[in-house]
Design a binder for this molecule. Structure first.
Ligand code: HAM
Length: 422
């Protein structure tokens, strides 16, 4: 029969027991560290469904964005409703708060889970990928911006990210944005024959997005064009300077007036963290302020700022590996069912939950079981045969390189040994 493979751009993640350097292990560990950081910032978890009404993303991420235009996984359900696999988490968080009538309060929320975008897969770009996101809601522009950048610096620091740069920009208020877009259109219209098809369409539909054009010709043309900094209010320029001053002793922060982000809901301060170690897909997190989204989705006027972290990209950059916990491999040498031997493993776990216990369930010789215990990085093998069962004792064999002793221990001594293991 034909084999069935996974879909293009969608990975299986299977942890390796022998190397914490495997990407799956790094991903699972990165998720743990992020959750610790979110706890440190006193942020609460929210979990929303993976499926939403398609309109939620059209009205938030935006009809003009690449995500909604080209990348949604959309289908009709059995009731002919248009349903979409979420391409990001922010819209769902706001939808949930509005639905629960919590859109008038302050919140600090985090989430973690898979997102789907139908993009062309390449290194660091998948069709199913994982994001951890943080949304800080109810707070106007000010300290919340500092909280976001403080969190980005903590992530860089805890995971020992190499060569990180945080880019920041400000998109201004509605009036600033309109004045700047008018000036950009006025500048580009007479020379529009020099733009490629993609940028021409942006010029008509969403001129601000021309700023992150990848076309070398457009980049050259923009050098002589209007700059958003010339249109921004004093307060917007000031918050960027203050953020640079506050954090640049530990993070490299660059003001980049071409940073506009690919989702339509942003309204003010925006940021992205990149690393040259990632290659073409160099942004491992991004976010910004989106003060109008809640109202746009039928809720209250709820100022908000947030970010999402690409877990796969962050894990590729992480230089911190999970440390092995002390682990025991329990080897029962008997072909019969030995509930008494199994009960010993059960008791070990309740005596000390800082250690891991792998009960070897397969048949096989002592030699092959010891080989497996070594391969799985166990610190000790606990061997129980008929003789040990009869004399209420176990054999404890150290598996560390410099000490391969083995000791017979009576059950009382063994229990004390387990309690004292770290
Ligand atoms: P985003 O910039 O679209 O923002 O995505 C955030 C991060 O997700 C990116 O920086 C990247 O690391 C990762 N990412 C995006 N697409 C892919 C992909 N195809 N494969 C692998 N990783 C990917 C958002 O999603 C906003 N919701 C962020 C936000 C939250 N803004 C305010 N609150």
């Amino acid at each position: 029969m034909d084999k069935i493979n996974s879909l293009t751009g969608m990975m299986d993640l299977l942890a390796s027991k022998t190397s914490t350097e495997e990407l799956a292990n790094k991903i699972f560990y990165t998720e743990k560290v992020l959750q610790e950081i979110f706890d440190n910032f006193k942020i609460s978890q929210i979990r929303t469904p993976s499926l939403e009404h398609t309109n939620l993303f059209k009205r938030s991420v935006g009809d003009l964005s690449d995500i909604v235009n080209k990348e949604l996984y959309t289908f009709s359900d059995k009731n002919d409703r248009s349903i979409t696999l979420r391409p990001e988490g922010t819209a769902s968080v706001i939808r949930s708060l509005i639905e629960k009538k919590l859109d008038g309060d302050f919140h600090k929320l985090w989430y973690l889970g898979p997102m789907w975008r139908y993009e062309r897969p390449q290194k660091g770009r998948y069709r199913q990928f994982n994001q951890a996101g943080v949304e800080i809601l109810g707070y106007k522009e000010g300290m919340a911006e500092f909280e976001m950048i403080s969190m980005v610096c903590s992530i860089n620091h805890r995971l020992k990210i190499e060569k990180p740069t945080i880019k920041i920009n400000h998109l201004g208020d509605n009036e600033t944005k309109k004045n700047f877009c008018d000036a950009l259109i006025k500048y580009l219209k007479p020379i529009k024959s020099q733009l490629d098809e993609k940028d021409l369409s942006k010029l008509e539909k969403n001129p601000l997005r021309i700023l992150d054009s990848k076309s070398p010709q457009t980049i050259e043309l923009l050098k002589d064009g209007p700059k958003i900094s010339e249109f921004l209010q004093e307060s917007s320029l000031k918050i960027m300077d203050l953020i640079v001053d506050t954090f640049s002793d530990e993070c490299e922060i660059q003001i980049d007036h071409n940073l506009v982000r690919g989702l339509d809901y942003y309204t003010g301060f925006v940021f992205e963290a990149i690393s040259s170690n990632l290659g073409a897909q160099d942004a491992y997190l991004g976010g910004g302020r989106y003060d109008n989204l809640c109202k746009q989705l039928g809720g209250k006027d709820l100022p908000a700022i947030g970010m999402a972290i690409g877990i796969e990209r962050l894990s590729l950059l992480s230089n911190v590996l999970e440390e092995y916990k002390t682990s025991l491999s329990l080897i029962i040498i008997s072909s019969n069912m030995e509930p008494k031997a199994y009960k010993i493993a059960h008791n070990i776990r309740s005596l000390n939950n800082n250690i891991n216990v792998d009960v070897q369930l397969s048949d096989g010789s002592l030699k092959s079981k010891l080989r497996r215990a070594n391969k799985d990085n166990s610190s000790y093998a606990i061997i129980i045969g008929d003789e040990e069962l009869g004399s209420d004792s176990v054999i404890v064999k150290s598996l560390s390189d410099d000490d391969s002793e083995q000791t017979i221990m009576k059950m009382n001594d063994f229990n004390n040994f387990i309690k004292n293991l770290k």
